[in-house]
Design a protein around this ligand. Structure first.
Ligand SMILES: Nc1ncnc2c1ncn2[C@@H]1O[C@H](COP(=O)(O)OP(=O)(O)OP(=O)(O)O)[C@@H](O)[C@H]1O
Length: 343
């Protein structure tokens, strides 16, 4: 899609470890019986990847695999436990603090991210005025411009969020993010809370804006068909690690990690004419707890290709085809499977 190829976003060995989420009762109990330090949870582990300007990286994986946490680290909402994120050659955080507004995020639930007492025009103007992107005197024109870009009538700027539909509120959230003139946009499940018919409109808006503004994006979604539609490259995550990374057509057409293959098999595959191409096969077994991940390859207990080596040795993310990498000792066997068709 895009011809620029130089690195723009660079994520270097990023990990995010959370302390435990303990209720007050748990805390009192733990203090009373004086057990050792509570377990920590590795939500993201040693992630390194790059993205070129104007490209969209899709981030997929089952619930709890660390997509949102990685998105929040890239956005500077969470400081990474290790590693760093660079954008256009500059670090996004210094000493655990976000030092730039160049990354903006659009979240799943626009209602939660908009203050119900603030007119939408004020919500869109707030950040750009506070950060000197526009003077206060230019705020109204700036708001009108970005509401129009997001497909909204600028005369609605004096209304409150509850006066809009879900799809319109997500457009407001997009306008608010873009009014900050970001270099990188993170979309975290941006259409998951919308009706299917509205989802398509918001995805089309995203595609138009991306083209017109040459936006660089990270697009997080559990919906593989949406990710396939919007992404140039795809990263597949499992229990905090990237297990496969490549061009969208490679990852979806010829996956080289058995987890990617299982994920693709777990959703219906439809031909352009609407014909269902393959029966849905749910991924066997449950995703293990990130508090106690299996040794070696985390996917081994659920993997049809697993051998003794898989539980003994963590596979590195290695090249399996030009431009495609997978963290699997048996990637070649997976790649030998016939190419997949359909959406
Ligand atoms: N603030 C936090 N404190 C402690 N643990 C957290 C925190 N945020 C996320 N986690 C845990 O980190 C792991 C990864 O969560 P994350 O939300 O990043 O996954 P996800 O792939 O985005 O899942 P989903 O699609 O359900 O949002 C989960 O086990 C989650 O419970």
């Amino acid at each position: 899609m895009n011809q620029h190829r130089e690195t723009y976003l660079k994520i270097e060995n990023v990990s995010k470890i959370f302390g435990p989420r303990l209720s007050m009762g748990d805390r009192i109990l733990r203090a009373a019986i004086r057990r050792g330090p509570p377990p920590s949870l590795t939500a993201v582990s040693g992630v390194s990847l790059t993205l070129a300007k104007g490209q969209t990286l899709g981030l997929v994986g089952e619930s709890g695999c660390g997509k949102s946490t990685l998105g929040r680290v890239i956005a500077g909402i969470y400081p990474p436990t290790t590693g760093k994120v660079m954008l256009d050659g500059l670090a996004l955080m210094e000493e655990g603090r976000k030092v730039t507004t160049a990354v903006q995020t659009v979240f799943q639930d626009p209602f939660a991210s908009l203050d119900p007492r603030m007119k939408v025009g004020e919500a869109v103007a707030e950040g750009p005025v506070a950060h000197g992107i526009v003077p206060r005197s230019g705020a109204r024109a700036h708001v009108a411009k970005w509401l129009s870009h997001a497909g909204l009538d600028p005369t609605l700027a004096d209304r409150y969020p509850h006066q809009f539909s879900g799809g319109q509120r997500q457009r407001i959230a997009i306008a608010r993010a873009l009014a900050m003139q970001p270099k990188l946009l993170i979309c975290d499940e941006p259409v998951a809370s919308l009706d299917v018919s509205i989802q398509a409109q918001v995805i089309n808006l995203f595609l138009e804006l991306r083209r017109d503004l040459d936006l660089t994006c990270v697009f997080i979604s559990h919906d593989l068909s949406v990710v396939r539609h919007v992404s140039d490259r795809v990263a597949v995550m499992y229990l905090g690690r990237i297990v496969e990374l490549g061009e969208t057509h490679q990852v979806f057409g010829r996956p080289s990690h058995p987890y990617t293959a299982a994920l693709l098999d777990s959703v219906p595959r439809i031909a352009a004419e609407g014909e269902v191409l393959m029966e849905v096969k749910p991924i066997s077994g449950e995703i293990p707890s990130p508090l106690n991940p299996p040794p070696g390859c985390h996917f081994a207990p659920r993997c049809p290709l697993a051998t003794a080596r898989c539980t003994a040795e963590i596979p590195s993310l290695r090249e399996t085809a030009p431009g495609q990498r997978a963290a699997c000792h048996h990637a070649e066997s997976q790649l030998a499977e016939p190419e997949r068709a359909g959406a």
